[in-house]
Design a protein around this ligand. Structure first.
Ligand code: NAD
Length: 357
């Protein structure tokens, strides 16, 4: 089978980590008999430099002509002085909007060889952490109407509107239940139904869906309790589904318990357009061009692409096993290394994973 992948290498360490992911896809193609063709897409600060726009015209259409999109990272100090609309990060919001990517999937998995890197108690880490955060990405307070006005007696006052429709909640909820069926058949829905009306609607839609998926164990968790449980006993969670702002905060908390930021992949998916796969880290300008970046988050993003866009679970599992194999032998990039461990660069880490495959 041939798959066409849009490659947005981006800025900073983006091109370095994407290059290693491409080599891993080559190794997978050889092992499983697939071919991959690439559409190189300029986006981010590098696009501003070359064509004057961080999100050049036609970017979304070119991505839509592909089966999936792999993104390195965009942004950096060089473009920080630009207006909010011109900044490379604006291109990220634009592509998510134009591709209709309403579901953000962020696994937080503690790789077995790295339990020492977990900041939680040893006995908590040893129980294992393997959860999937499903965050609603295009609704809620980040997209609601905002207002700022003067009052006579209280100075300036501002409002941010949080709105959710049944339709928006149902489509993200279905994603979570379907994902749970590919995992350990558990969904915990995070809300603040003791206070917020949007959360009460969220909860009622989730309860309706739960009846449609009797094979999935369902529970409600209040967001404040969830924040506590993520550091007390994250091993209890399989799929966590939540609205945009709660998900933004909780997914960062969940990623911290797994060690380095250089390890975590993500996917943003919609109903029809290609999914977008990217590491959760940024362009890391402090280490760009030095062969120091950890390519594993991007390589594991390719595994997510195989599993969720191409329905190739064996290929995804092979990549994850190769990563665990290399980490199990003690190889580390600098961000993960402890005293006495063998430190390798970006290219060598990619090469070791390809060899394992
Ligand atoms: P960052 O994730 O780029 O870096 C934070 C720290 O983590 C740095 O010390 C960096 O060296 C380290 N780090 C990140 N990825 C690493 C990797 N793969 N291997 C080893 N170390 C790694 O976050 P930041 O410094 O806040 O942002 C830098 C730029 O990236 C900014 O312009 C920001 O807007 C942009 N950004 C882009 C995205 C994206 O493209 N999706 C996401 C976040 C930030």
């Amino acid at each position: 089978m041939n798959y066409k992948i849009a490659l947005i290498r981006g800025d900073g360490i983006g091109p370095e980590v994407v290059e290693q992911a491409v080599l891993v896809m080559k190794a997978i193609g050889k092992k499983f008999g697939h071919t991959f063709t690439y559409e190189e897409i300029l986006m981010g600060g590098c696009a501003t430099d070359q064509v004057g726009k961080s999100y050049p015209d036609g970017t979304a259409e070119r991505c839509k002509a592909c089966d999936a999109v792999l993104l390195g990272a965009v942004g950096g100090p060089k473009w920080e002085g630009l207006s909010a609309q011109q900044r490379p990060e604006a291109a990220l919001l634009a592509i998510r909007r134009d591709l209709g990517l309403y579901a953000n999937l962020r696994p937080a998995t503690l790789r077995p060889a790295l339990t020492d890197a977990c900041p939680l108690k040893k006995e908590t880490a040893e129980k294992g952490i393997d959860l999937m955060m499903v965050r609603e990405l295009t609704g809620g307070i980040y997209f609601g109407k905002r207002d700022r006005y003067d009052t006579q007696d209280r100075g300036v006052e501002c409002t941010d509107l949080m709105a959710y429709s049944e339709k928006e909640i149902e489509r993200i909820g279905r994603r979570a239940f379907e994902l749970a069926r590919l995992r350990r058949h558990k969904v915990a829905s995070v809300d603040k139904a003791n206070v917020l009306e949007t959360s009460r609607l969220w909860r009622s839609v989730m309860h309706r869906l739960a009846e449609e998926y009797p094979d999935v164990a369902y529970s409600d968790v209040l967001v404040d309790n969830c924040a506590m449980q993520l550091v007390r006993d994250p091993g209890q969670f399989d799929v966590l589904v939540t609205e945009n702002m709660f998900g933004d905060i909780l997914s960062d908390e969940a990623s911290m318990v797994t060690g380095s930021i250089g390890l975590l992949p993500s996917a943003s998916i919609g109903d029809s357009a290609p999914g977008l796969y990217e590491p959760i880290h940024g362009s890391a300008p402090d280490i760009a061009g030095q062969d120091k970046a950890n390519p594993i988050a991007t390589i594991l993003s390719v595994a997510m692409m195989f599993r969720y866009s191409f329905q190739l679970p064996d290929e995804a599992t092979a990549i994850e096993a190769a990563v665990d194999g290399v980490l199990g032998e003690g190889w580390r990039t600098a961000d993960m290394a402890r005293m006495g461990e063998s430190v390798v660069g970006t290219c060598q880490m990619g090469k070791l994973i390809c060899q394992k495959l």
